[in-house]
Design a protein around this ligand. Sequence first.
Ligand code: UGA
Length: 433
Amino acid sequence: MKVAVIGTGYVGLVTGTLLAEIGHDVTCIDIDEMKIELLKTGIPTIYEPGLEQLLKNNLEKQKLSFTTNHATAFQNVELVFMAVGTPQGENGQANLSYIEQAAKDIAQTIDHDVTVVIKSTVPPGTNDYVEQQILKNLIHPVKIHVVSNPEFLREGHAIEDAFHGDRIVIGSEQREAGDLVESLFAPLQIPIVRTDRRSAEMIKYAANAFLAVKISYMNEIANLCDAIGADVTAVADGMGMDKRIGRAFLNAGIGYGGSCFPKDTEAVVHLAKQQAMQLSIVESAIKTNKAQRHRFVEKVLRHFDGNLTNKKIAILGLAFKPNTDDMREAPSVTIIDELQKNGAIIHVFDPIVTNEYSAASLYDCVTKADAVLLVTEWQDFLHADWTEIGKLVKGKVIFDGRNALEADKLQQLGWTYIGVGRERKRVYGFQES
Ligand code: UGA
């Protein structure tokens, strides 16, 4: 099928590449000329493992092309995907200005019947609104149907998720339009959920908010574990074996960041307020998440008896999670800021992201450090030579903000290990009980 994708951000670029890879003819559109020029030469504008190869292959096979021109992109297309950003607006609600612009561009350019598919995360009711807007502004008398198809991919695993997702959600008010989208994805053989548009939109918000709640719940349990002397990783393992709970997203730490959970939890809370309702569980999850970063800094402060003046702190990891260069809502920003306010001297290392405090290597970063903080659990850090690092630092104390390091091994190497919700281990050691 011939497809256009509006927006070459995370979702748009991965969707366009995926659709080309499964045999469709795809043109991606963006207003950013520099971005389009880079993409035309096969250079991805985001860091995502596996994307570059797929991009290059499909450019070569001429299944994928890039343009800034809507008319060129829309020629003979059966489907137009909207994959533009919906950033957080004032009061937490989603800012729909890019969606509105995309609707205008479609209305003013399209000269044949087409199905519009909204992939961007949008508040329930937006698909209805977009359909009305396009119909109202159409220049040519054509038929338009809007279908909701929310995206569930994770940054850093986007390619894997796109090809092996748990489900594809298709929300339509008109059966044939939904069928067309279903047939587009048929080669992937991923289970399909068919529903109405508002329910599809809600699935996305409800899923992200649930995952955020799951993380915050575990962070609260972790804080309690610290207080009572239990190990939250053992608690998570024990809980997670219950199939009704599941082990995924029970990892306590410094809380969630990124472009999705913080924004979508705020948006769903705002949505409820518009209905004169309160999503108190999600509101609490947001609050807990914000507090979790401060708690981590407090742990560092407590270790140094409240005085970080001129203490050299080595921060491992800047990105909000591994395998991405995304710094949106990254806990590292708040943590660095608070440590500096307390007089600490910051040195950082991240395999991909750099800032003004970046050292040339992990080993440079930790040299003469009074403490090491693991903020993003990149594999490079988990598999680093901690014996060697131990020789370079001044103080052998590691604060593991992700509970991702091998605590017992580190202790055997003479490190003081401080995790999140693992106070028992610090006090009693890591020998098997
Ligand atoms: C999330 C969802 O997982 C995707 O399904 C969704 O499509 C995406 O948002 C979106 O709405 O676009 P993403 O933000 O890329 O994906 O990353 P996740 O892997 O879900 O991690 C989100 C945050 O939660 C990270 O900061 C991570 O460190 C944190 N996290 C995750 C925890 O603190 N504990 C966990 O157990 C899991």
